[in-house]
Design a protein around this ligand. Sequence first.
Ligand code: AMP
Length: 215
Amino acid sequence: MRLILLGPPGAGKGTQATAICDRFGVPHISTGDILRDAIGAETPVGVRAKEIVASGRLVPDEMAGELVAERLSREDARKGFLLDGFPRTIRQAQILETILKARREPLRAVVKLALPDEDVVRRLSGRRTCVRCGMPHHVESATPGAVGACVSCGGELRQREDDQEDVIRNRLRVYHEQTAPLAAWYAERGLLEEVDGRGTMDEVRRRLESALEQR
Ligand code: AMP
């Protein structure tokens, strides 16, 4: 199972990725998570990325490419992987193509989780993320404890700095300009599946699973 999850911020890529990775036993590789860890640990990459991530812009393609190449070289990625938040530009897709060609590992599918802009803004502005395990919650969610502590690990919930409305708008603009063209790029290669990202987590998961069964 070698898979890419594409789609705007807030489409549910992280949530769905966790379910798919549990089911297929492959690592969930999120460049956003890798960058947030690097920023928290104040590594050289983290120091360079901090302001860029906070503003909702993209870190340089070569930086994102190197982070993914390093992660894919680890033992657990030999049986497959799910990429979430990478690639985000055509240049990154080319970098990935080169890596996978050298490994003789073609992708199985690229799934785009589609979500209208107004839903993105609503979801992200109400999102509260666990500082310990990264699990997302929503202030309007009926999940007990969603505005208190993480339902999975009990960790503290906080708003990500880049989930504030002006930054969300910026991330959306960047998505439409730089990332959305990837759907056509992967469609030309016969890899694209588009899944409606609206509705509950379970509804989206079922759609995603049936899209993957065709592959
Ligand atoms: P995410 O958690 O995927 O929404 O990513 C959070 C932020 O990390 C993005 O808004 C970018 O600033 C940065 N980022 C994550 N992945 C990439 C990538 N593949 N290329 C460039 N920047 C990225």
